[in-house]
Structures are given as structure tokens and as C-alpha cells.
Design a protein around this ligand. Sequence first.
Ligand SMILES: *Cc1c(COP(=O)(O)O)cnc(C)c1O
Length: 215
Amino acid sequence: MVLENYLKVQQKIKMLTKNNVLILPVSKTATLEQMEELYKNGIRTFAENRVEGFLQKHKSFPNCSWHMIGNIQSRKVKDLVGNFSLIHSLHREKIALEIDKHSRGKEIITNCLVQVNISKEDSKSGLYKNEVEDFLIFLSKLPGVNVRGLMTMAPFTENPEEVRYVFKELRMLRDELQNKGFYNLKELSMGMSNDYLVAVEEGATIVRIGSEIFR
Ligand SMILES: *Cc1c(COP(=O)(O)O)cnc(C)c1O
């Protein structure tokens, strides 16, 4: 079941683009049995929104890479660093300083995306568009932090066309910043179960899929 769901997502994306899009199964609500079905078929990348989820699951699924997509508390950063191959949800200087400190302590560099709040909903985390450039300049001075791109969450909607502008604006912001010399902003993490096809049309390189896979 779960594998079929994953393959359906993969198929739909292939019909839209020749580009490589990483399908990130969001396992925060998944059972170990559901994850096992993907794991035994070679899927080795999962996303969690809390460090606890990772701590519960990673022993069952060795040799995977894990992505952090949820809000980060500063006292959890020490458990995060070294365990996640990509942090999607960086948007606070205080957290960046913690990530940098623990990364340097472990002699590693932590890959991060900057979370942007395009829709300006109060319930969403992330920087406003006009704050991103200064934050990138701040991050560029932290040797333990490597910025790979931008992430956003669109408002929930039944009709994904209504949130196309969110994905388009994130891509345009990325392009603008690249033109200003931030060349390392390759990744665009955008699109979830109900809107990932629109996000892919607008240039997503990573889609975060929970309920559409782990139903
Ligand atoms: C839960 C979650 C997702 C996946 O949501 P679905 O609608 O279940 O696909 C994606 N991104 C973030 C940040 C999440 O917390």
C-alpha cells in the first residue's frame, strides 16, 4: 500500500518534469510497519518534524538519511547536529548560532535550508522575503552552517492553484538572491501532499509528502 502510494507520487512527478525531484516521505505519523515497506524497497531518506521521532525510529532503520522539517528548539540542537543530513526549518539567528557551535564541536558542517513565510500567515514560521538576504549574510559567517536553499509551507487549501503564487514567489526569491551572488541556493523545498504537483511545476527540488504516502 505505502509503496504503491510512493510510486504513484513518483509517477505523477515524472509526468511533469525531467528534473530530479527528491520525494521526502514525512514519517512523523507513520508506523514502523509502514516505514519498513519503503525501507525494504530501498528508500533511505525520511523526514521528521521532531527530534524525538528520529530518536525513536533511527535504530529500526539504519543507514538512512534524515531530514528535519519542524520547528527547532535551542535545547534540542545538540541532538540534531550530526543526525540530520538536511535541516529545512532554519530561520532564527539564535538557532543558527547553536547549530554552528555544535557542528564545529563535532567537526562537521550542517546543511540547512532557510524557511521563508511567503503567505505571511501568523501560524507559519519563517522569515519574510525582505529579511532573507540579511539572514543569509549572517549565516555566511558561520563555518559550521552550509546553506543549500530555501523552504516554504503554503497555506492549506482544497484547491492547490490558489497557492501557486507561494511557490512561484519562493522560486523568484531564490533566483533573485542567486543573481546577487548567493550561488549555493540550489534547493527549493516546497510542496506537500495536497499541493506538490503545483510546487513541482514551479520548480520544487524537494517535496515533503506525509499523508499521501502514509495513509
Ligand atoms: C507534516 C509536514 C509535511 C507533510 O504534510 P502532508 O500534508 O501530510 O503531506 C510537510 N512539511 C512539514 C513542515 C510538515 O510538518
